[in-house]
Design a protein around this ligand. Structure first.
Ligand SMILES: Nc1ncnc2c1ncn2[C@@H]1O[C@H](COP(=O)(O)OP(=O)(O)OP(=O)(O)O)[C@@H](O)[C@H]1O
Length: 456
């Protein structure tokens, strides 16, 4: 697009010279000789730049500028010797000034620079707006999810500690991420730590760091994640799993902002926003004495409860579409859910929540091959989910396990189903499954083969 330039100058010769020069430079310039004519032009056109003489017969630049600069970049022309006036104009918002007599090379340079700066600024403002309008990570339109989003919006800008509660796989980590992205510390780090995957010592050193010689093998000082998240957010997943010793240290961080590296003698200060998540009932745990009540009350200052998928089934269709369109790039597919398939998904209680739905979609994409529609036969759901009552599920969820059978299960049934549940929970990560079961990874392989999850 050719940039339009309006030249407002009552000096007819100079006006003609400037318009000629600008047109030769590839712009579409128009000259007018008074502010009245300028206004008429502006009612019908939207120029990319206005070149304005400060002393027009019918107006002074200082009067016109304030309203003009809100809509256009303005370059001021002033008489030689009126530098003060030029500086005043720049203060009032003019992009640049030119002194008479006008040097045509300088005119060219100033106009180019002003147009470039203006278009960069416009681009910057556009991108900023896009970032602010950025769609949330969370897919779904249900009133329950809207409520979660409202809570996120309310707490994100403050630096308050937040506790995210909900069953396994409901999207608690996503909520934590969203809080970070919408916070004042969004441009700093977001560091996540899963509290249930490590032994106490390792976990402590991971979180707080350690000094050289703190334990056998600590051959150099190591920063902890609290330090890595400096100025940003620290997400502690499965907070209900931390040991009493760590609970005490974490309480100190939340209360005083102070902590020590493992083996350290010096206090360090923690400058992070803590978001914690759990699928356990921390209140009940604090009443039973397995979780410090004072830590619970610190964490519980602002709680966001993420409802299970069975309580917001309206989101299923949108989530399935989202998972299909985000399917592994190299195998991108163009599929839709058949009507009967949706009915099947709506009838299922989703004990593994959105993680289970996501895994199911992945499987269905593979099982449906080249078919355009995902049909009910492509949908495999765990048999132990469909007969479970929501109350039983909720009760089990508090304990972090959802297993139910129509018959009295054998030990193998239990082992198989529990393995399945953990594979879903840890997205097939065998190391995490091994840690959760308290067995070696080799033994997890053995179980996978035993139950035909892997070829022998
Ligand atoms: N509203 C949502 N929109 C899109 N994806 C979602 C949504 N909620 C959850 N997911 C996806 O579901 C999976 C499980 O979510 P996430 O890990 O956040 O659950 P969680 O509650 O933290 O689970 P756990 O308690 O086991 O740690 C992730 O892949 C996540 O991206």
């Amino acid at each position: 697009m050719i940039p339009l330039i309006l030249v407002v100058d009552d000096d007819v010769t100079l006006n003609r010279l400037m318009v000629g020069q600008l047109n030769r430079m590839g712009y579409a310039a128009t000259g007018v000789h008074s502010w009245a004519e300028g206004q008429v032009y502006l009612q019908q056109h939207d120029p990319h730049l206005v070149l304005l003489d400060c002393q027009l017969p019918d107006a002074r630049g200082s009067q016109i500028l304030p309203q003009l600069v809100t809509d256009y970049p303005v370059v001021i022309i002033t008489a030689y010797g009126s530098v003060k006036e030029a500086v005043g104009a720049v203060r009032a918002g003019a992009a640049e000034y030119l002194l008479k007599p006008i040097n045509m090379d300088e005119l060219e340079m100033v106009i180019r620079k002003t147009l470039d700066t203006h278009s960069m600024r416009k681009e910057f403002l556009y991108l900023k707006e896009q970032v602010q309008k950025r769609k949330s990570f969370m897919v779904g339109q249900s009133p329950a999810l809207k409520e979660v989003e409202n809570m996120i919006g309310a707490v994100a800008p403050s630096m308050m500690t937040v506790l995210v509660q909900g069953e396994s796989g409901v999207g608690k980590e996503l909520v934590a991420r969203e809080i970070h992205e919408r916070s004042q510390v969004a441009k700093h780090s977001y560091v996540a730590l899963d509290c249930c995957t490590m032994q106490e010592n390792l976990f402590e050193s991971e979180l707080f760091g350690h000094e050289k010689g703190a334990f056998t093998g600590a051959d150099r000082q190591k920063k902890g994640l609290i330090e890595s998240a400096e100025g940003g957010s620290l997400f502690l997943d499965e907070i209900g799993e931390i040991t009493p010793a760590i609970q005490a240290k974490l309480l100190r961080v939340l209360e005083t902002g102070r902590y020590r590296r493992l083996g350290g003698t010096r206090d360090l200060s923690a400058n992070v926003r803590v978001v914690a998540a759990t699928n356990r009932d921390l209140l009940a745990m604090s009443q039973e004495g397995t979780f410090r009540a004072d830590l619970f009350y610190r964490l519980n200052a602002f709680t966001i409860y993420v409802p299970p998928l069975r309580e917001r089934k309206e989101d299923i269709q949108a989530l399935v579409d989202h998972f299909i369109s985000n399917h592994d790039f190299s195998r991108r597919v163009n599929k839709r859910l058949g009507d009967k398939s949706l009915d099947k998904l709506l009838a299922y209680p989703w004990p593994g929540n959105i993680r289970e739905l996501k895994n199911m979609v992945e499987r269905a994409i593979i099982l449906s091959g080249d078919a355009a529609r995902i049909q009910p036969e492509h949908i495999t759901l765990s048999s132990f989910g469909s007969e479970v009552s929501p109350t039983a599920l909720a009760a089990n969820a508090r304990k972090g396990v959802h297993l139910s059978f129509e018959h009295t299960p054998t030990l193998d049934d239990l082992e198989k189903h529990y393995l399945h549940l953990l594979l879903d929970k840890y997205d097939g990560h065998r190391g995490k499954v091994a840690r959760a079961l308290g067995i070696s990874e080799r033994n997890v392989y053995r179980l996978l083969k035993k139950y035909d999850y892997m070829d022998a």
